[in-house]
Design a protein around this ligand. Structure first.
Ligand code: KG4
Ligand code: ZN
Length: 433
């Protein structure tokens, strides 16, 4: 089955085409015994335009700007994806619709409408079995562009639509097997490089998903495929949001996660070298300062719940920044290190608590913040002590992309969960359960 995925929930515009077959259903004892699934897929085309540079000047994502950019990007992305997949044939698909109907669907996206008409006059209907589009959670003005684009394609090509929850996309992405290759997501206009046959990892239930992104910090319990129960969540800021806000306090560009992580890594390596040096030259060690000079709180670390809170951590960083202003580069790195350590301690402790409470067999981490190498490493180390497997997404596919939407969409299409295009709606606060 060929599935086209469309993602516009935040500041990445992305389109992907996969060809997928098989099942992922471990409720079946037969499949479970095989410890594998017969699901396989191939990425036929995959493109993405990041709006980071555009939003960076405002220090965060501007919904209406994101909407405008998605409207500009989607048709070129679709064209590139289908060209990579070699499914575009010359022809005129626009003959089959009345232009008035298309105009109504894309009334709020005139830019998209203009580009789509040109595209449709150039190419025949491609071979696609279903179109999967993100309907939430995310920024509603941004989500609507993807939804209306999907509705327009449904009208012209008569291809059924499936609605995808963005967080389910992150979960499915983290199931992908990627130990044997590097997956690079092509940026617009760059050459694509995708492995031929891809598969998903086996899962033993209960499964716990730690979802950490710009908008979410959640612990999700699944006792079977497509079954979700949120057992822990943030009470204020999401962890990615905290990374971005702290980065801003340190004068680092948006999005801050990767910058904080790079500084923390540098500081961690320096501290390690200093420690090794002090071991070799003991008489000097008294004059060498160790570790971080700043201590940040680990909010809710020892409370009884599986909930999180990161707003206080950000405020604590603010106090340190105010007290030490102007910050030297070394201080920035030390704050970054202490902040990353504090966040990691809390995420790991709560994950381990949930693993214990629910007898978890498999843990996966997903969402943009799961690109963080320190968080991955600490989770893996701790989970190994209780013999629990950790699944992570390919680092390049931890942040938003359309492959995750196509994958999640495939399984919904397989269940024939098609939606009436007129009933499709953006839901900024869409929940998994
Ligand atoms: O999933 P995502 O791409 O978008 C949302 O759905 O929110 O996540 C974006 C978030 C941003 O807050 C970004 O700072 C964070 O993921 N992020 C990271 C890293 N890479 C991206 N945070 C920490 N360390 C990283 N290496
Ligand atoms: Zn995301």
């Amino acid at each position: 089955m060929k599935i086209l995925g469309i993602e516009t929930s935040c500041d990445e515009s992305a389109v992907c085409l996969i060809d997928a077959q098989g099942d992922f259903d471990f409720a079946s004892p037969k499949l479970h015994a095989k410890a594998g699934n017969n699901f396989q897929f191939q990425v036929l085309g995959n493109s993405l335009i990041s709006q980071i540079a555009i939003h960076a000047q405002y220090g965060g994502v501007f919904p209406n700007l994101a909407k405008r950019e998605h409207a500009k990007n989607l048709v070129p992305l679709l064209e590139q994806t289908l060209q990579q997949a070699e499914t575009l044939l010359r022809g005129d698909a626009s003959q089959k619709v009345t232009i008035a109907e298309l105009q109504i669907i894309l009334a709020r996206e005139p830019d998209l409408y203009e580009r789509l008409i040109v595209f449709l006059q150039k190419y025949a209907k491609p071979e696609i079995d279903a179109i999967a589009v993100t309907v939430g959670p995310g920024l509603e003005p941004a989500l609507w562009v993807g939804i209306n684009f999907a509705r327009a394609l449904n009208l012209v090509w008569n291809i059924p639509l499936v609605a995808v929850n963005h967080m389910e996309g992150h979960i499915v992405m983290s199931l992908m097997r990627h130990d044997n290759f590097q997956f690079t997501i092509p940026n617009f206009q760059k050459e694509t490089h995708t492995p031929k046959r891809c598969a998903l990892n086996a899962v033993r239930y209960p499964l716990l998903s730690l979802l950490i992104s710009g908008g979410h910090t959640e612990l999700v319990l699944s006792s079977k495929w497509h079954d979700y129960k949120i057992v822990g969540a943030t009470r204020d800021d999401a962890v990615g949001e905290a990374f971005d806000k702290v980065a801003r306090l340190l004068g680092l560009p948006y999005p801050g996660g990767p910058h904080i992580s790079a500084l923390a890594e540098m500081s961690r390596n320096n501290a390690e070298q200093t420690r090794k040096h002090a071991e070799k030259v003991p008489h000097r060690s008294a004059s060498v300062s160790h570790g971080s000079a700043f201590h940040l709180p680990r909010p809710m670390l020892h409370d009884d719940t599986l909930d999180f809170s990161f707003a206080g951590l950000k405020t604590a960083v603010l106090r340190i920044v105010q007290a030490h202003s102007p910050l030297t580069d070394e201080m920035k790195s030390r704050i970054a290190l202490e902040f990353e350590d504090a966040v990691t301690d809390v995420l790991v402790a709560k994950t381990m608590k949930a693993v214990d409470e629910y007898g978890i067999q498999t843990v996966l981490v997903g969402g943009g913040v799961s690109a963080n190498t320190h968080i991955r490493a600490q989770l893996a180390t701790q989970l190994a002590t209780v013999d629990c497997k950790l699944l992570t997404p390919p680092p390049e596919l931890a942040t938003d992309n359309a492959l995750m939407i196509a994958l999640a969409g495939y399984f919904r299409a397989q269940n024939r969960e098609f939606v009436n295009p007129d009933m499709l709606k953006a839901n900024g606060n869409l929940k998994l359960a």
